[in-house]
Design a protein around this ligand. Structure first.
Ligand code: PLP
Length: 399
């Protein structure tokens, strides 16, 4: 087994797009160009002595794919290079990543502060699951810095948020929240799915742990579920590693291979999708049947200045309100021909969602309105189709 010819120092100086093609490669003695898929659950030892040494930790080498596999390792290493993290563990899904990030770290009697505006299952984990195990949860408006300050307690051990949020694309000031959390001795965990690791690097703004659903932009072609948690070496060694090893929310080597190869084209795909998203947002904001279009890259986004500070690109998601009722929103969605109705996002295909009746159905109406989720709000995950064709599809359906 050998790595690529690129030296460590040279690699560190490379830009993201290059790291995403070459990072983490472990090449076998066959010299393959494309990374190998090691579809194996276990490993053979040369001798009983070697098995003993590996279990004791005295000898390097693979033991069992629940916690180590060469293909999964390549995916983790490539993510580490992109994120600028010290270490990472890949997981079966994005929700396995989020759950592992908090369950591995928190104990009964601890307190977590989280933004209210979360992906539905993330909100279940912090609001419903953690309290069942004696972890106290406080939910705050993520954009209200004073609310974060006021929520801190002596037993606050972690804060959790997404930015931009799903689906209303509100931003959280990462550095400001991280400063408050660190002063209270709390770990800062960010779900960075909406922004993508290419456009936003939460660790540069104080995040300690970053979680992804790789199902979204990292695969980016709607094929496999996967996730990853990235953090500092001591967090991974002291908390996450044993949790993953002993409870087993591991990714399949096949899915890790799909994600690994997905990373190679991530910059191309999301640059194109973000450029399309900007055009779609501009088009919608001028349309008389649209009440408002929300995109962090537009100057009329209330937190555009913050977006410019913490994002290198403004993402592939657009939200907008049809000037009308839920029925008008449904009619519009049903008339689309190129853009498909789906709850997924981050795909090469443009996908449209009605949050009130799908992803956020579980919330009370009052809770939805708090998050700006009105019956006429629509979330659009913009794909890599030709922008003119997308605009035509939207224009026709708005008629
Ligand atoms: C999709 C998503 C998740 C969950 O990921 P899965 O891979 O579906 O388990 C978590 N957070 C955000 C923001 C997401 O969009």
């Amino acid at each position: 087994m050998s790595n690529t010819k690129i030296s460590k120092d040279r690699f560190a100086s490379l830009n993201d797009a290059t790291k995403l093609v070459h990072g983490g490669t472990i090449r076998s003695e066959f010299g393959e160009t494309s990374e190998s898929l090691f579809l194996t659950s276990g490993y053979i030892y040369d001798s009983a002595e070697s098995a003993e040494a590996r279990f004791k930790g005295d000898e390097d080498g693979y033991i069992y794919s629940r916690f180590m596999n060469p293909t999964i390792k390549m995916f983790e290493e490539r993510m580490i290079a992109l994120e600028g993290a010290e270490d990472a563990r890949a997981t079966a899904t994005g929700m396995a990543a989020v759950s592992a990030s908090v369950l591995s770290y928190l104990n009964a009697g601890d307190h977590i502060v989280s933004a209210k505006a979360l992906f539905g299952s993330c909100r279940y984990v912090v609001e419903t699951l953690l309290p069942r195990f004696g972890v106290e949860t406080t939910l705050v408006d993520g954009s209200d810095i004073d609310a974060w300050k006021a929520a801190m307690k002596p037993n606050t051990k972690a804060v959790f948020f997404e930015t931009p949020t799903n689906p209303a694309l509100e931003l959280v000031d990462m550095q400001a929240v991280a400063d408050i959390a660190h002063e209270a001795g709390a770990l800062v965990i960010v779900d960075n799915v909406f922004a993508t690791p290419y456009f936003q690097k939460p660790m540069e703004f104080g995040a300690d742990v970053v979680c992804y659903s790789a199902t979204k932009h990292i695969d980016g072609q709607g094929r496999c579920l996967g996730g990853v948690v990235l953090g500092k070496q001591d967090y991974i060694d002291d908390y996450l590693h044993d949790f993953m090893r002993q409870t087993g929310p591991s990714i399949s080597p096949f899915n890790a291979w799909v994600m690994l190869k997905g990373l190679e084209t991530l910059p191309l795909r999301i640059e194109k999708a973000a450029s399309n998203a900007r055009k779609v947002a501009d088009f919608l904001s001028e349309h008389q049947k649209v009440k408002r279009a929300i995109y962090p890259g537009r100057e009329d986004h209330p937190q555009h200045e913050l977006a410019k500070r913490q994002m290198k690109g403004f993402g592939t998601m657009v939200a907008f309100e049809i000037d009308g009722t839920k029925e008008d929103a449904f009619n519009f969605m049903n008339k689309l021909e190129i853009i498909s109705i789906s709850n997924n996002l981050g795909d090469t295909k443009s996908l449209i969602t009605h949050p009130t009746t799908t992803t956020h159905q579980r919330l009370e109406e009052e809770e939805r309105l708090e998050l700006s989720i009105t019956p006429s709000l629509i979330r659009l995950s913009v794909g890599i189709e030709d922008s003119e064709d997308l605009l035509n599809d939207i224009a026709e359906a708005l008629k």
